[in-house]
Design a protein around this ligand. Structure first.
Ligand SMILES: C[S@@+](CC[C@H](N)C(=O)[O-])C[C@H]1O[C@@H](n2cnc3c(N)ncnc32)[C@H](O)[C@@H]1O
Length: 193
């Protein structure tokens, strides 16, 4: 199955605005941002929808033409571009919060992703993204494995599992501070620029 078609027709709706997404939105709102960047925005639901409702200016991008088109149709106030995570077409130091949710496991070069998000974020701003949690409970781990097998068999996107320790090293080597949140079956990184 084509991944964009799956996410557009089933995936985004299946998860909905679940408790995990609500916690991520809360984390974005914590620093009272005025302007945010959503990397790998998908259909825009539920993150762009929730943040626009709060009066926040939302920018973002995704590599899928179908999903960018759909997100633009649904949320015309958001400024969305088609593009890959390795090269975000935005000025440096532009956003209060830059985030990438439920997508890092489709990105091979996570160091590049982090560097791009840090670059476009204002000094004093936050970068937030989630990775799969290798120490998830048995039930949570089972769900992760089930989802990964589904995409290996049916999807056209490769998945990558990134080690928390290696990500920490990248962040420390950039001279930045970060906090780790263990939320449901994910580890969420919150980086201070
Ligand atoms: C599970 S969906 C999540 C979408 C959205 N972040 C959300 O949580 O609703 C994964 C997204 O990652 C995007 N994606 C995959 N590879 C990408 C890449 N190389 N650059 C940018 N986006 C990518 C897909 O097109 C898809 O929209």
């Amino acid at each position: 199955m084509n991944y964009s078609k799956y996410w557009s027709e089933e995936g985004a709706k299946k998860y909905g605005y679940d408790s995990y997404c609500q916690k991520l939105v809360k984390l974005v709102l914590k620093s009272k941002p005025k302007k945010v960047y959503d990397l790998a925005c998908g259909t825009g639901y539920p993150f762009i929808k929730s943040l626009l409702k709060k009066g926040i200016k939302v920018y973002g991008s995704d590599v899928s033409p179908r999903l960018v088109y759909e997100a633009r149709e649904n949320y015309p106030k958001a400024k969305l571009k088609l593009g890959d995570y390795r090269e975000i077409v935005e000025f440096s130091n532009a956003f209060d919060v830059s985030y990438c949710f439920r997508s890092s496991w489709y990105m091979e070069d996570l160091e590049k992703m982090i560097k791009e998000l840090v670059r476009i974020t204002k000094p004093g701003g936050r970068v937030i993204f989630d990775v799969l949690n290798p120490s998830a409970t048995k039930k949570e781990a089972k769900q992760i494995v089930k989802e990964m097998i589904f995409f290996w068999r049916n999807g056209d996107l490769k998945t990558y599992s990134h080690k928390v320790e290696e990500i920490m090293l990248v962040i420390i080597n950039m001279g930045l501070k970060c906090k780790l949140h263990r939320i449901e079956n994910k580890v969420v990184f919150e980086i201070w620029k």
